[in-house]
Design a protein around this ligand. Structure first.
Ligand SMILES: Cc1ncc(COP(=O)(O)O)c(C=O)c1O
Length: 421
């Protein structure tokens, strides 16, 4: 069977292979969620499946597809690099890596001059933890309940949800979790052995939790008081999603370390990055420049995609587009909430990082399934299944936003009816 052509009769075979060779329990979950089809191709905000259905992608790969699927400029940059040198010899200097690092330094907030490249958000957090430890000589971290930073041992140590952590204890020692959006709790937990505070500017998997405007500035000054580093995880919020290029810009806060991934690859290549200040890089790398490395990190293909993605984001002013379309989406969803105050607790978010919180998880689950049947992809947040998240490509049109709201409205009504609410 050619991987580029799956016909209707082969869908069952693909699902069966998942069941036999990937993860049967995950396969059941996917089918239950309404995603029993096989994805075949995608373009812009649309995903097409083997059975010929078209879906409006309002999940956007959990924040990966900010530029939509297969943005032509990113595809072109990657094709060009593919024809020349996809992976690095790991000996000579690599121009795509150098240019991406320089471009990031020019765009990033404050004094984040240096970048270490890796392949995912989790790896970016691993790098951040290690760099913070070596730069400060300290080992404690203050993290947030409900925070999500990936599922490697370091990422999981920072992640604030017991359900994912419990089976892997003991995790990396020294991580404490305090309630999000509570600066006093962070101040009480920090001490002179604390290397850093790790925080998302808006908690994504925690249920699209937007903190008060004072929160991040307060964390900044708590870190300053204790010579600890402010480590901001912009893996999900970064690169325009919240209406600014970086979400910390809403609060004028300058992190010491910042992590990026997801949208950085322009929806075409996987890539992650840890950024830090010159002082931190000096303490981390001056004695041993190879203290932290990755074979595929910073590879030319991924960096070419990253550079093109940054250019498109700036040229097309996508942060502004996210702000405008986000307002439209939120006001539409709030009308649905007003019509269903019993089912929907809150609509919240910033830009095109929007969450709809349900009173009960079952309604949210049915609603995701209902939206899939109406041709709209959405998902719940990993650390808070009562919240359906909308993170569509930032290039989404007003008509597509309206279509998503109408699918949501129909699905909420249907879910309530099915549950007899
Ligand atoms: C804020 C944040 N940090 C880290 C991660 C982990 O990224 P990845 O899944 O690319 O390893 C995620 C993934 O959802 C995330 O949202």
């Amino acid at each position: 069977m050619s991987l580029c052509s799956v016909n209707n009769s082969q869908i069952d075979a693909v699902v069966e292979q998942y069941q036999q060779f990937v993860n049967p329990w995950l396969a059941s979950l996917m089918k239950f969620g309404g995603f029993g089809d096989v994805e075949m191709e995608a373009e812009g905000c649309i995903v097409r499946t083997a059975s010929g259905e078209e879906y409006l992608d309002c999940l956007g790969g959990y924040g990966v597809f900010s530029l939509g699927h297969r943005h032509p400029k990113v595809v072109e940059a990657v094709k060009c690099q593919l024809g020349r040198m996809p992976l690095s010899s790991r000996t000579f200097f690599s121009r795509p890596q150098a240019e991406l690092a320089a471009r990031l330094a020019a765009l990033a907030p404050g004094n984040l001059q240096y970048a270490f490249f890796c392949n995912s958000g989790t790896e970016a957090i691993e790098g951040a933890i290690k760099i913070a430890r070596i730069a400060t000589g300290k080992t404690r971290f203050v993290c947030m309940v409900g925070g999500f930073h990936g599922k490697s041992m370091g990422g999981l140590s920072a992640t604030g949800r017991e359900q994912y952590r419990a089976a892997f204890e003991p995790l990396v020692p020294g991580f404490v979790h305090v309630p999000f959006n509570n600066a006093q709790a962070a101040a009480a937990a920090i001490d002179d052995h604390t290397a850093g505070i790790i925080v998302e500017p808006i908690q994504g998997e925690g249920g699209i939790q937007v903190p008060s405007p004072e929160y991040l500035p307060a964390l900044r000054s708590i870190c300053n008081d204790h010579h600890a580093l402010l480590i901001v995880d912009e893996v999900q919020t970064g690169l325009g999603r919240t209406g600014k290029l970086f979400a910390v810009e809403h609060h004028n806060v300058q992190p010491d370390i910042m992590t990026l991934a997801k949208a950085l690859g322009g929806g075409v290549m996987p890539i992650g990055a840890v950024m830090g200040t010159p002082a931190i890089w000096e303490r981390a790398f001056s004695e041993n420049p190879l203290i932290h490395t990755s074979t595929f990190g910073g590879n030319p293909l991924a960096c070419a995609a990253g550079l093109a993605a940054l250019n498109v984001t700036v040229e097309e002013n996508l942060p502004k587009r996210a702000a405008d379309m986000g307002d439209r989406l939120m006001s539409g969803l709030r009308q649905v909430q007003a019509a269903n105050p019993d089912a929907l607790v809150e609509i919240r978010g910033m830009g095109l990082m929007v969450g709809a919180e349900f009173a009960v998880k079952d309604v949210a689950e049915l609603c995701i399934n209902g939206m899939a049947r109406r041709g709209v992809i959405a998902a719940y947040t990993l650390n808070n299944p009562k919240v359906i998240r909308f993170e569509p490509p930032l290039i989404i049109t007003a008509d597509q936003v309206d279509r998503a709201v109408s699918a949501f409205s129909g699905s909420v009504a249907e879910a309530k009816e099915m549950l007899g609410l």
